[in-house]
Design a protein around this ligand. Sequence first.
Ligand code: SF4
Ligand code: SF4
Ligand code: SF4
Length: 338
Amino acid sequence: MALNRRNFLKLSAGGVGGALCAEQAGAAPREPKKLPSKAVGMLYDSTLCIGCKACMSACKEANGMPPETTGQPTAMWDTPLETSGKTLNIIKLYRNGSADHKDQEINGYAFMKRHCLHCVDPSCVSVCPVSAMTKDPLTGIVEHHADRCIGCRYCVMSCPFGIPKYEYDEAFGQIQKCQFCAHLQAKGQIPACCDVCPTGASLFGAVSDLKQEAQRRLEMQPGKDYEFSRGQLGAGRPGHVAHAPKYLKNVYGLKELGGTQVMYMSAVPFDKLGLPTHVPDFGYPTVSEGIQHMLYKWMLAPAVLLTGLAYVVKKNTDDANHDDHQPAPDKPSRKRKS
Ligand code: SF4
Ligand code: SF4
Ligand code: SF4
């Protein structure tokens, strides 16, 4: 078949269409990422949290963050309403009706701590075009590297938990998010928020140990006294003794979106505390990267398209050049006229 414009368009449509059909038929999600071998994490137990916000102050001090008065502009203390370029960690309050009882959904209240969950398969890392977001292959800490960042804010849009924040109020704004106090961990210390928490509501440890601890808590008898570790699980610090609450029977972060290294326990449903609950058991990058890989696999179609386009452009250019050097048949040439 001669490759004229009409045939070329037919071929291109067929090639691209074929690639798209193949993608629909065979675009398999890529394998989910696995928890790194030395993954560190945090267990936040909402039932142990007393809302003292010591963790927020410690976070600011450890990360050199200034106070924020977004909630009350004339306030004389730190009053952020949400995580931001100046606040990497925030304690929020859930309240319902008369809010008489702690850890009760109806007519009760509960606390919730929000910061980066250090996802096992993080969307922010997947979408970053310049690898400014990275996940440590050993510890699993998800870090933002300001020196590589181009400020595109894809990470802000991709995070299912709304965590990375851009400093819109700065002339040369940066992305900010909890880095799990990687700078302290590098010196053998633990994250500042876990270090200061008086009740062990924010508890640091190896993810595998924290999962076992969560299971221990799920098996506790509500109302009975138990000891809860403070700071770092198993590090020997005197514990905090409290009544066991009536926990929800699931731990948030074990499977949500492929798992997170910051996990949550609560007596109030997680959606009431602001966590997305209608989410799949796999990270979104398993699907988006699967489709990307399939498109790359079918790069043949765009290649044919480009080759054909180049051919058409070249042919048109040659024809135009040829026309420039030939006299128009219906017009007498100037030479002949003269
Ligand atoms: S919570 Fe958001 S910012 Fe943190 S690792 Fe997951 S996707 Fe990235
Ligand atoms: S781990 Fe560090 S940066 Fe993250 S919330 Fe805790 S204190 Fe803040
Ligand atoms: S320091 Fe502990 S108890 Fe106090 S608000 Fe933070 S997580 Fe809750």
